[in-house]
Structure formats: structure tokens, C-alpha cells
Design a protein around this ligand. Structure first.
Ligand code: FES
Length: 348
């Protein structure tokens, strides 16, 4: 049945479409609760359910602009089922976006989806065996991969080890346990660091060499995907990388950049807004610009989603994640992980 707002929204778009800025039209149609848009991926919340004490899943009906994504990609943390998508949100202490989605968004609301991003996608040719390591919100892309494998009939033996402090923090537990019960090639291990392990699929403790020897003695035959806080990803990487066939990881907390030992000030010219600023070297440009009251577009703040990318016309910048310098123009400078090394001009 057409939505009661469909007719006024259609009228508004038809009458004003040739004249108005698409962004303004989008604003007003969204105010009417419609997901129609010429340019943006909007979705209506059609269901909301609790996943754990601190996490919810919103089921969304996207508009025609949604072109899909590859299972495992996230930030938008979406999972597609029968043309609908679900967005799982874990409330992060002090997190503005997660707090808003968790507390304020309900059935009937319209949300905007960003482009899906992330490296946690299954390779075209599947490896012989898989091991998924998740901690906290890191379960979301791995859940997406697990569902995709289930959809394909679990083509390779897969073990998921999922860490949480308390049992009440775990998401998707009934679904994961049901899958493990019906699918012999899917093994689930719940690793608790606060509560005692009581069920047969539970164990207690942080990642350690002994845990991997006991739980996945065939680690050398497995491709490993890990997702969680940066410290977790680093720790499991050190433990499994020397043994496993491959290691793919994604941390969902932004990297901490060490302060430059001898920071100097350089001049950044923002060509489009016609502003000139002084910023310190060795600091992400995004942080430096925000410190001066600017609000450049940003998303992940860790160099993954490309939301912050803007063209650099000239100047020397340094990738603060890998230390690599880049001189001269760059069509796609990610300002969340690059700092100025000399005077430079950005198309901002
Ligand atoms: S904000 Fe995601 S790459 Fe910069």
C-alpha cells in the first residue's frame, strides 16, 4: 500500500524538481518521512529489536539509490536479507552516532546510509578453512560473513571465536548457536573475560597461544579474519600471523598517532573556502582543521571509508599510519590519516 505521504511528496518533487537544489528537495521530502531522493541513499526503519544489553538491530527498507554491498563491509554495519537491510548498532560510551541510533531511532524514522566500506570480505576463491576472531562490535562484519557462508551452505569449515566481557554483551547469540547446532562445519566458541564459562561452547580468558592450540589445532590451514578494538586486533595478529595461512583484520577504534617529536607549524590554504590556517606537522589534518572550528566530512577516522578524502593541489603530506611521504598533487588525500609536512593547498 502506498505510504500516506507518497502523494504530497510526489507533488512536491514534481512541482519543484526542475527548480530546486536536489539537497533542499531531499531535506523536505525527508521531513515528510519519505525515502525518495535523487542523490542520497535513504532508508525507513521498519523494525527494531534488542540484540544484547547494549546493542540493537534496525531493519531498514532502503530507497532505489541503494546499490547493495559486499557481505562483511560495514560502518554502516548493514546486512541484507530479502531486499531489506539490517543495521546493528552497539552503544559506545560517549559515542554520539551510536548513542543517537540506540536511543532515539525507532520504527518509521528515516535514516541516511553512507557508502559501505571495509576490507572484511570473502575472497572470490575460498580458502581451505576459515577462522573468525571477533571482539565487541567486531562481531558485525564477521556475522555478515557467517551469514553469507550459511547462505552458500557452509562451503568450508569455519570456526568463530567471539570475545566479550559478559554474556549479556554478546550479540546474535541465539542465531549463532542455532547455526552451530544445525551445521557441523560451523564451530562457535564464546570466550568470556568477565563471567565464568558454564555452557559447553564457552571458554574463559583473553586471546593466548594456548587457547588457539586447544581450539583450532589446525590453525596453519586456516585463513583468519579478525575484527575488534585496535588492541585486540594487534594482540591476535601477533599470536596467529606466524602460523595461519593468512590474516585479514580491521580495527574499529581509530589509531592513536604519536605526537611528532619536533612539530612545526605550516600554512594550509583551503582553496574552495578561501581560508588560510596554520597547523602543526605530524597531526592528522582532520584533527588540525577541527581544532580550528572547521567540520570537514569524516566517517571512520582511520583511513578506511574515504569519506574525508579531498584533493590536494600541492605540498608535502605524510601518511601517519605507515610513515610514507607524498609530494605534489593527490586527487584523494584522506585527511584523517595524513598530516602536513610543508605548506600545502587543499580543495576544501
Ligand atoms: S574518515 Fe574514513 S577515510 Fe578518513
Amino acid at each position: 500500500m502506498p505510504s500516506p505521504v507518497a502523494r504530497p511528496v510526489r507533488f512536491l518533487r514534481r512541482a519543484l524538481g526542475p527548480l530546486a537544489d536536489p539537497a533542499i528537495l531531499d531535506f523536505w521530502t525527508r521531513e515528510f518521512g519519505s525515502t525518495a531522493s535523487r542523490t542520497r541513499v535513504l532508508a525507513r526503519v521498519v523494525a527494531r529489536r534488542e540484540e544484547s544489553a547494549r546493542a540493537i538491530t534496525l531493519e531498514l527498507q532502503p530507497n532505489r539509490r541503494f546499490t547493495g554491498f559486499t557481505p562483511g563491509q560495514h560502518d554502516t554495519r548493514v546486512v541484507e536479507v530479502d531486499g531489506r537491510i539490517s543495521l546493528s548498532v552497539q552503544k559506545v560510551e560517549g559515542g554520539v552516532v551510536s548513542g543517537h541510533l540506540y536511543s532515539r531511532i525507532g520504527v518509521g524514522d528515516v535514516v541516511e546510509l553512507g557508502a559501505a566500506f571495509g576490507q572484511m570480505t570473502l575472497p572470490t576463491v575460498l580458502p581451505e578453512r576459515l577462522l573468525f576472531l571477533a571482539a565487541g562490535s567486531g562481531i558485525t562484519p564477521l556475522m555478515s560473513l557467517t551469514r553469507e557462508l550459511d547462505r552458500r551452505g557452509m562451503p568450508v569449515p569455519t570456526t568463530l571465536i567471539y570475545w566479550a566481557r559478559h554474556r549479556s554483551d554478546l550479540c546474535f547469540l541465539p542465531e549463532l548457536r542455532a547455526l552451530a547446532a544445525r551445521e557441523p562445519d560451523f564451530v562457535l566458541r564464546i570466550a568470556l573475560t568477565g563471567d565464568a564459562a558454564t555452557a559447553t561452547d564457552e571458554l574463559r580468558g583473553r586471546p593466548g597461544a594456548g587457547l588457539f592450540t586447544d581450539t583450532v589445532p589446525d590453525l596453519a590451514r586456516r585463513a583468519v579474519f579478525a575484527c575488534g578494538p585496535a588492541g585486540f586486533v594487534e594482540q591476535v595478529g601477533c599470536l596467529v600471523k606466524p602460523v595461519a595461512r593468512s590474516f585479514t583484520s580491521e580495527a574499529f577504534t581509530p589509531p592513536r598517532f604519536a605526537a611528532a617529536e619536533s612539530a612545526q607549524e605550516v600554512t594550509v590554504m583551503l582553496a574552495r573556502s578561501n581560508r588560510v590556517l596554520r597547523v602543526p606537522t605530524g597531526q592528522p589534518l582532520l584533527v588540525a582543521l577541527e581544532a580550528q572550528g572547521l567540520r570537514p566530512r569524516s566517517g571512520c577516522r582511520m583511513g578506511i571509508c574515504n569519506t574525508c578524502a579531498c584533493p590536494k593541489r600541492d605540498g608535502l603530506t605524510r601518511d601517519l599510519k605507515n610513515g610514507g611521504d607524498s609530494a605534489g598533487p593527490d586527487a584523494n588525500l584522506r585527511i584523517c590519516i595524513n598530516g602536513a609536512q610543508s605548506d600545502l593547498t587543499l580543495d576544501l
